[in-house]
Design a protein around this ligand. Structure first.
Ligand code: ZN
Length: 315
């Protein structure tokens, strides 16, 4: 038996945000620079509250601060406008404040707007929260925002979506529905890079969110977090960790994934911490490893990390 869950309303299309009638007294959660980037003019809110200090890799402290700062205001809805970090904070606040959540991604990759997952730091460690109450009531996917995305952010977000759909395709929790979405997602994302069509990337990221959000990511994601802890961005780490994982799993996406990564030209990454300690940490990540199509041992993990560190090319 399989259950499929997603936000109750999903709106997508270029310029869909300004066509939306937002209620009064929304709490807009976003990141610094939202105003300079013209987002506030574009969304056209009336009588709203704003928190525009969401940091990268946000912590639960930010969520608590927002709830404290706005607890005496009559908030109608919570709107998250930004990248994955902003959306994760907004969905957690909306859930805690018991308000409806409207999520609008401005970078396309995390799929956060359509999933029940929020990643927040607790005690300085990234933790992922999975709960149906984290779903957006409405997700608005407007490709307008991708036009001005800096190259580096575009690349990192793209790889996240690409890793999510291809790991999701292989996940043990997968089913016909998730495989359908993951497969289409990969096709749209790949086509987006080959034909330089950003619209296609936006759709690919959306489909990837629906696909992996209803199964899971696997080994590639499990391996990536030790790199993130050393300051390497999520997408950049996945460019390498998902490549070696696809090879390990004999994934049908190995070659296509590797070729796209090559095209995007990422700097090699190196793990500073001891591989033995890293593998212990990674092995604890049962949420990802239990859904991996192949059993993974501590030795396997050390070998995979070593391939990344020594910049070996996989054939
Ligand atoms: Zn991811």
């Amino acid at each position: 038996m399989f259950t499929i869950k997603q936000p109750s309303e999903i709106v997508y299309g270029k310029y869909s945000v300004p066509k939306n009638n937002f209620p009064d007294n929304c709490l807009l959660i976003t990141s610094r620079g939202a105003n300079e980037r013209g987002w506030l003019d574009y969304i056209k809110l009336k009588n709203y509250f704003i928190f525009d200090q969401v940091e990268n890799n946000p912590s639960m402290t930010t969520v608590d601060k927002i709830i404290r700062d706005f607890s005496n205001e009559k908030i109608s809805n919570v709107i998250g406008l930004g990248g994955g970090s902003v959306l994760d904070v907004a969905k957690y606040c909306g859930f805690k404040m018991n308000k409806k959540k409207i999520l609008i991604p401005t970078t396309f990759g995390s799929g956060s707007e359509v999933t029940r997952i929020a990643v927040l730091k607790v005690d300085n460690k990234k933790q992922s929260f999975h709960d149906d109450r984290l779903f957006a009531d409405k997700a608005i996917i407007d490709s307008y925002f991708i036009e001005n995305t800096p190259d580096k952010i575009f690349k990192n977000s793209f790889v996240d979506a690409l890793a999510q759909c291809s790991e999701g395709y292989d996940s043990k929790l997968g089913n016909e529905y998730t495989k359908f979405f993951c497969e289409e997602a990969f096709r749209y994302l790949e086509n987006g890079i080959i034909t330089e069509n950003k619209e296609s990337v936006v759709l690919g990221s959306f489909f990837s969110g629906i696909g992996f959000g209803n199964c899971s990511t696997t080994l590639g994601h499990a391996l990536s977090y030790v790199f993130s802890n050393e300051g390497i961005s999520h997408g950049h780490a996945l460019a390498f960790t998902t490549t070696v994982s696809h090879k390990f799993n004999d994934s049908k996406y190995f070659v296509r994934f590797k070729n796209l990564i090559k095209k995007l030209n990422f700097e090699p990454i190196k793990l500073k911490m001891n591989l033995e300690d890293a593998s212990e940490l990674i092995l604890d990540d049962r949420k990802h490893l239990d859904n991996n199509p192949k059993l993974v041992t501590k030795d396997d993990i050390i070998k995979l990390l070593d391939i990344i560190n020594s910049e070996k090319t996989l054939e």
